[in-house]
Design a protein around this ligand. Structure first.
Ligand code: GLP
Length: 242
């Protein structure tokens, strides 16, 4: 893993944005895998700024987000789809027709997961996958446990994850859906390159385990050790146990 440590979260975010922009300039039809959460917000802000001044052009880029809540329609302000609209899609020149997203209200959720895998494959696979990390070591919504699903699947969220996502639901963890759809760890590892951003002390322990610990389903991010092109964008706090 290529561990990059920056003085601040803002600097890590800006450097990651530069990394993404350079990849898009090098390959205008790049397929980007995208996360939600607080961690990528400043990266999305910087990429939106770059798009608005014309220093990067997203018109031919295709995107696939990692995950979505079950039972929350794409139009709902609490959905990850709307989160992405607010923070990135509506602010950068991304073609709406090239946005890939899981539909958490599909009548057949298993078929929806199969559709998503096929859509990613038809697009040629993810070229650059951006990731955050949950403080329990999850990536996407691949929660720690005795086993991990390889491909896009339906998953029951842990209490800790529902608490972490409560801000989207008015602060009440009980209102966070119990289930989600998520790319699997295998889907994520299929990307040509992966760039994970983590900032703050609350991520130090899971970052340390992801980088140094054994590869284990108890810490899904540890599977990133099996990929040849993984970059970590960390601030000093998140890197403090390395
Ligand atoms: C959610 C998302 C993850 C994200 C994680 C961390 O659970 N499904 O993709 O990485 O939260 O969120 P944050 O960046 O807000 O710490």
């Amino acid at each position: 893993m290529d561990v990059k440590v920056f003085n601040s979260g803002l600097e890590a975010s800006q450097r990651l944005a530069e990394r993404v922009a350079a990849a898009v300039r090098g390959r205008p039809s790049l397929v980007l895998g995208l996360p939600t959460g607080r961690s990528p917000l400043e990266t999305y802000a910087e990429l939106s700024r770059m798009s608005s001044v014309g220093s990067v052009d997203f018109r031919e880029v295709t995107t696939f987000n990692l995950d979505e809540f079950v039972g929350i329609p794409a139009s709902d302000p609490r959905s990850f789809r709307q989160f992405m609209e607010r923070h990135f899609f509506s602010r950068a020149n991304i073609d709406a027709a090239r946005i890939g997203f899981l539909n958490g209200t599909a009548a057949d959720l298993d078929a929806e997961c199969v559709r998503y895998e096929s859509a990613i494959e038809r697009a040629g696979g993810v070229g650059l996958q951006l990731l955050g990390i949950g403080s329990n070591g999850h990536i996407g919504f691949n929660e720690p446990g005795d086993e991990l699903a390889s491909r896009t699947h339906r998953i029951v969220l842990l209490e800790s994850t529902r608490r972490a996502n409560a801000p989207l639901f008015g602060g009440n963890a009980n209102d966070v859906p119990r289930e989600a759809l998520s790319m699997g760890v295998g889907t994520i590892l299929n990307a040509d390159a992966i760039a994970l951003i983590a900032t703050g002390l609350s991520k130090a322990r899971c970052v340390e385990r992801a980088v140094r610990g054994p590869v284990t389903t108890k810490l899904p991010a540890s599977f990133l050790q099996l990929h040849r092109r993984v970059e970590l964008y960390l601030d000093r706090a998140a890197a403090s146990l390395l």
